[in-house]
Design a protein around this ligand. Structure first.
Ligand code: PEP
Length: 255
């Protein structure tokens, strides 16, 4: 982290976990544990938990994210939720382009970009996920692939837009597998991402951009990962469902 230059952000991605009543219990346990956080704290909840999450976090330091939004404001898109819908519910952030969305729900670089631009246009902040597969890493194309995803995701965005964008580097092989990237591997790719942003928007914009690492970050390995200059926080799956573990990660990012 380099807190002199940019915000440290710890975001939980609950994925498809927790009913509204379970969410209530989790948030109840979490709020007192993170109330003195020295970093931005976000919980990314399923759509059905948004109402409870927004209501319970009002007046606290915890922000609410959705896990997706459509690029159109309304229309015949059964099963989708739009950015204005999220905004009116009090959501502040939206996670976009998670590898599970790309893998299981045919999300592409193009739709991720469209969704991100719609989110920004509606006053939402975005966490845009990028990351390579194990095959890509082994084939030596990680830099090219991830930076390509970044360029595509930021298509038609201005430097002003970038103030509301966080990029999460999430190697697919590390998500939910318990196999974390080493701090060197994670920081190297976060550095490539920053270089890519600097080429397009200039060094000042790149220096101010929060780049998270995600992939089996937990209470044990967070200190090490967050000690790296280019890793400005984490997108946390499994460990975000356990308030005690999540709060240890928040504490590590608060130093
Ligand atoms: C994620 O869902 O973005 C994630 C990183 O999951 P996990 O922490 O469980 O690997």
């Amino acid at each position: 982290m380099n807190k002199a230059k940019r915000n440290a952000v710890i975001a939980g991605n609950w994925k498809m976990n927790k009913t509204a009543s379970e969410a209530r219990e989790l948030i109840d346990g979490l709020l007192p544990l993170v109330k003195d956080a020295g970093c931005t704290v976000i919980i990314g909840v399923p759509f059905t938990d948004i109402h409870v999450a927004v209501e319970m976090t009002k007046g606290s330091n915890v922000h609410v994210a959705a896990q997706n939004c459509h690029f159109e404001a309304s229309g015949a898109f059964t099963g989708e939720v739009s950015a204005p819908m999220l905004k009116e519910e009090g959501v502040e952030y939206v996670i976009l382009g998670h590898s599970e969305r790309r893998q299981y729900f045919a999300e592409t670089d193009e739709t991720v970009n469209k969704r991100a631009r719609a989110a920004l246009a509606n006053g939402l902040k975005t966490i845009i996920c990028v990351g390579e597969s194990l095959d890509q890493r082994e084939a030596g194309v990680t830099k090219e692939f991830v930076c390509g995803q970044v360029v595509a995701a930021l298509e038609e965005m201005t430097a002003e837009d970038l103030k509301n964008v966080i990029i999460a580097y999430e190697p697919i092989w590390a998500i939910g597998t318990g196999k974390t990237a080493t701090k060197e591997q994670a920081a190297e790719v976060c550095g490539f991402i920053r270089e890519t942003v600097a080429e397009k928007y200039g060094q000042d914009v790149a220096d101010a951009l929060t780049i998270q690492y995600g992939g089996s970050m937990n209470a044990k390995n967070c200190d090490e990962l967050l000690s790296m200059e280019d890793i400005d926080g984490g997108l946390i799956g499994g460990a975000s469902l356990k308030p005690a573990d999540f709060s240890v990660i928040v504490e590590a990012a608060s130093k």
